[in-house]
Design a protein around this ligand. Structure first.
Ligand code: DX5
Ligand code: ZN
Length: 223
């Protein structure tokens, strides 16, 4: 299994964002996870396309934009222009999920759907051909530093079954990302449930030595 570690810059020092991104990539990160909150879909407010554009020259690592916004379409298009590589959104925040997936892919990005703890995977039923990544939330979205909700493991297993059946039929790969409360001490269990891409905010940026945390995560994944 090809595992990817995606530090969430939500827990980075925003006053030194470019440096924080370079440091985490130098420490072994594969992807930069970029949390967009609008104080409407979620009760918090973060960063927009201008910040994505500003950090783009600081790394060649893929930027994984997690849109926690409603409505979705206009911002998705702006993030594609601002240099995002992957754009995910919450299906219940879009009036037309198929259209939103299509517009993200037409803009040259990978597209993904995000599932809150209480959101059904049935949103995937008719759109798998347009999905490049499935993101399972293991906390309720809005804040870093929350505890992993154990029921998410069953959701990850169910998503893995859907992906494997789809890939067996079509040969096309879909990534399975997990976001919220991912730490060194639970990453292996999450991988065993079927995840291949791991968002970690406070676990990495909350420690002084990013490389030590990422190395420890990879050691757990290699067990
Ligand atoms: C939560 C965000 C997460 C957050 C994760 O709404 O989507 O990406 O940064 O933070 P940790 O890893 O601290 O739970
Ligand atoms: Zn996120």
């Amino acid at each position: 299994m090809n595992y990817r570690i995606a530090p969430s810059i939500l827990s980075a020092d925003f006053a030194r964002l470019g440096e924080e991104i370079r440091d985490v990539v130098a420490a072994g990160a594969d992807i930069i996870h970029f949390d967009v909150m609008d104080n409407h879909y979620v009760p918090n407010l973060t960063i927009g396309p201008m910040v994505c554009e500003a950090i783009r020259p600081h790394t060649s690592a893929p930027i994984d934009v997690h849109l926690m916004v409603k409505p979705v379409d206009a911002l998705a298009a702006m993030f594609a222009k601002a240099g995002a590589d992957i754009i995910t959104f919450h299906p219940e925040a879009s009036e037309h999920v198929d259209r939103t997936l299509g517009l993200i892919r037409d803009a040259g990005c990978k597209a993904g759907l995000v599932f809150n703890p209480a959101t059904s995977l049935s949103y995937l039923d008719h759109v798998m051909d347009k999905v490049d990544m499935i993101l399972i939330m293991s906390v309720n979205p809005g804040f870093g530093g929350q505890s992993f909700i154990p029921e998410a493991l069953n959701k990850i297993r169910a998503a893995r079954e859907r992906i494997d059946a789809y890939t067996a039929r079509t040969g096309r790969e879909i990534w399975l990302e997990v976001d919220g409360g991912v730490k060194v001490d639970n990453i292996r269990e999450i991988a065993e449930a079927g995840a291949d891409t791991f968002v970690a905010g406070s676990a990495i940026y909350g420690k002084p030595d990013y490389k030590a945390v990422i190395d420890a995560m990879r050691a757990e994944l290699a067990k």
